[in-house]
Design a protein around this ligand. Structure first.
Ligand SMILES: [Zn+2]
Ligand SMILES: [Zn+2]
Length: 762
């Protein structure tokens, strides 16, 4: 008899790993034990050598579907002559950390039981098992065991306790296990917060939704506001309450068939919709899509998701159709998740509330994804993905906290080769979001037993994330590093590809604070990942009124015209003065003439604004990137696909600038000849793609770099990707794009963390 000890690291808790080990040990007729400890799973097995070998092989090969094994260590230990195999209680060891699984959509077995009248959990809205259910959002601390989750207040009934203790059962050690006898319950509350008498609160809520009401629904990681997506009236009422004017809402439908009735769904998209992460997937609307235009104004796409909790399944079954499911909050605030604290907000936002008594410990917004070129591309990485780590070859020798940027903030904790990118925090522009950021960091630090020994943040002195980083570094007496915004984008893209060779980095977005104190956003870098050098950028343009120009695209159009033609711009733009007559044209002109309150920018986002203002007549916008999104949608309708506007790559020594005179000349000519807006938009996109190619080819000649990394929010624009990636590849470049980490500012924290880790190793 031999005895061997295995230590398994990775996502191995809360995924049915111990029962799997138990069953495997029994099948191999081995004695011993298994336990969860704070470092993962520990196993000791005893038996003949060949059966130990078999066990070791099958441990990895047959691991449960949700497990992600990163490392298995085996060592021989003295045999003890044990018989039988046991699952031992968890051990709590201070020094170690383990990985917590994300929240997982209801599995097929649980869905079957949910609708089976003979099952004891028939229509029970909290059914779950070791393969599905809440995880990240209910964990209060580690190890991942029931007493340390928000389920600790529910004592298991004898039936549930039997399942929980039976290694042959699908609910063996399923921490959120519950049933109608012993588990959480739903209630429907009226607008005045009084309970509504009903045998079936979910059906009653569905009835109200059918009548056009807005119902706040407590979900996995927070409250949704739901209303019928087929009723323009209901959707507009919700927009009014939430103070969200145009930004698209997500929609939930019952199943894949219902999704196909609204949108075109490819097989990859179907897979993503039905994946255990169950993100919102951006899909192209069908011609006959019955969803109200107000759900996603002016867009060809809508974000669809499928039910991912049993409560959702029951609700959608009763309500039918399609429901808007948007985060329960006022626009710009973090998602509400605590009934008691957020009560006032929720009552103001809805006509009724469907609530329950399973607490959410950590808020977590829905993730947003799309399929591009057959590949999943995350736009918001949150529920269903967080807190899975990004595992990289660059190791943090000391723990690092990266604070992220301003908009779409996430933070990142790095330890060894594990990068724990947080859930979506939001735009760090108010106190509520700042609190969510700070409490999120605290939770991650305790969950992963990680005390940062270095902080990294953005260069922008005014970002709340930068200020937090500065204060934290001072309080803790640890070093503070700062990384320029667009360099962090490129680092994030390299991390997303786990490829850290010298590259050309193209970082295009709305704005980031530049190393020269100017607003950057159309940047080219080259060199080693750890020491990128700015080698090219968009020509500087005035941004009249600074921030005001980001909300009013017409200002950028006027700025470009004024730079090119001075006060003669009025002669060049037919109807220009009339089209902006309600705007303070003279004020902005005099700002431009005198250079007062006119910072300069190299932002591509602002260039998109200018072109959208000219082509689509957009004067003002209500959410970040709105004008560019409309321009992309319009450009998709273009038919003349060979045309493009000229953008000159102007070299000065080893650096270049993309100059825009010829581009605007061409746009004005097309406007004069009444070329359709979509054609103008397309020629603009195509021109930019060729400009990227031109810049990269010039850099390759000078520096011999064969790979290009594309990052920044502008590269969520799939038309631009569709145009530029084939151009670069045809020219022989290896192109790195984003997939598991957002190209937008949601990926910045990962870029900061991996860069800081590479500085440590220098
Ligand atoms: Zn299940
Ligand atoms: Zn029970």
């Amino acid at each position: 008899m031999d005895r061997r000890k295995f230590t398994v690291r990775g996502v191995v808790q809360g995924v049915g790993f111990r029962p799997f080990v138990f069953n495997l040990a029994c099948r191999c007729a081995l004695a011993g034990w298994v336990l969860n400890d704070a470092g993962g799973v520990e196993i000791e097995v005893e038996g003949p050598a060949e059966r130990l070998e078999e066990f070791a092989r099958r441990l990895v090969e047959e691991a449960p579907p949700l497990a992600r094994i990163q490392d298995v260590r085996a060592e021989d230990v003295p045999a003890r002559g044990e018989s039988g195999f046991e699952i031992l209680l968890s051990q709590d060891e201070r020094e170690r950390y383990t990985l917590i699984p994300p929240d997982i959509a209801t599995c097929a077995d649980c869905r079957r039981e949910l609708f089976d009248p003979a099952d004891r959990r028939y229509r029970y809205p909290f059914i779950n098992c070791t393969h599905c259910g809440p995880r990240f959002t209910i964990v209060r601390r580690i190890p991942y065991d029931r007493p340390y989750t928000t389920m600790h207040v529910f004592a298991l009934c004898p039936d549930c306790a039997r399942e929980y203790g039976d290694p042959a059962d699908r609910r063996f050690h399923a921490q959120p296990n519950a049933c109608p006898v012993c588990g959480p319950r739903v209630r429907l509350l009226d607008h005045d917060y009084q309970p509504v008498e009903s045998d079936d609160p979910i059906r009653e809520a569905a009835e109200r939704l059918k009548q056009g009401q807005t119902v706040a629904i407590k979900g996995m990681g927070g409250f949704h506001l739901a209303c019928s997506a087929l009723s323009a009236e209901a959707v507009l009422a919700l927009r009014g309450r939430k103070r969200r004017i145009q930004k698209p809402f997500a929609v939930m439908v019952r199943d894949l068939d219902a999704a196909r009735a609204l949108c075109e769904v490819s097989s990859e998209e179907a897979q993503l919709l039905e994946s255990y992460a169950a993100p919102i997937v951006l899909l192209r609307k069908r011609e006959d899509c019955p969803v109200a235009e107000a759900v996603a104004p002016n867009l060809e796409e809508i974000g669809l998701m499928l039910p991912y909790t049993p409560l959702h399944h029951l609700l959608l079954e009763a309500a039918g159709g399609a429901l808007v499911m948007t985060s329960g909050n006022f626009s710009e605030e973090p998602i509400a998740y605590r009934e008691a604290i957020d009560r006032k907000t929720l009552v103001t936002l809805s006509d009724a509330l469907l609530v329950h008594d399973r607490d959410i410990h950590m808020r977590c917004d829905d993730s947003v994804a799309r399929v591009w070129a057959g590949r999943e591309q995350l736009i918001r990485r949150s529920r269903g993905y967080t807190p899975l780590p990004v595992t990289l070859s660059v190791r943090a020798s000391k723990p690092i906290l990266a604070c992220g940027a301003l908009l779409k903030n996430t933070f990142c904790l790095a330890k060894d080769g594990q990068y724990l990118l947080s859930h979506h925090i939001g735009d760090l522009e108010n106190l509520e979001t700042l609190e969510s950021f700070e409490s999120g960091i605290k939770h991650f630090e305790s969950l992963f037993r990680c005390q940062p020994e270095a902080i990294v943040c953005d260069l922008h002195p005014d970002y709340l994330s930068t200020r937090y980083g500065e204060q934290r570094a001072e309080t803790d007496g640890i070093p503070l590093l700062q990384l320029q915004h667009h360099k962090a984008h490129i680092a994030a893209c390299l991390a997303d590809n786990n490829c850290f060779e010298p590259v050309i980095g193209v970082a295009w977005d709305g704005l980031g604070y530049g190393e020269d104190g100017k607003i950057w956003g159309g940047e080219f870098f080259a060199g080693e990942p750890a020491s990128l050098e700015r080698v090219g950028h968009l020509a500087e343009a005035p941004q009249p009124g600074g921030d005001a120009a980001t909300h009013e695209p017409w200002r950028m159009a006027l700025a470009h015209l004024y730079s090119l033609y001075g006060s003669h711009w009025r002669d060049r733009l037919e109807g220009g003065v009339e089209r902006w007559s309600a705007r303070p044209i003279e004020v902005v002109e005099s700002m431009l003439a005198q250079g007062l309150n006119v910072p300069v920018t190299t932002s591509i986002g602002r260039l998109f604004d200018a072109v959208a203002a000219l082509a689509l007549d957009i004067e003002a916008i209500t959410y970040e990137g709105e004008a560019a999104i409309y321009l992309e949608a319009a450009s998709r309708r273009a038919v003349d696909l060979d045309k493009f506007y000229p953008v000159d790559v102007r070299w000065q020594g080893e650096r270049f600038e993309l100059s825009l005179e010829a581009l605007f000349e061409a746009i004005l000519r097309d406007l004069d000849s009444d070329v359709a807006a979509g054609e103008i938009g397309y020629r603009f996109h195509h021109g930019l793609a060729r400009a990227i190619l031109g810049g990269c080819e010039g850099l390759r000649e000078r520096r011999g770099l064969p790979a290009v990394a594309l990052s920044g929010g502008v590269f969520q624009n799939t038309l631009l990707l569709d145009l530029v990636v084939p151009l670069l590849e045809a020219a022989g470049f290896r192109v790195l794009t984003h997939s598991q980490v957002p190209a937008n500012d949601g990926g910045i924290a990962l870029g900061q963390a991996v860069w800081a880790a590479s500085q440590q190793s220098k």
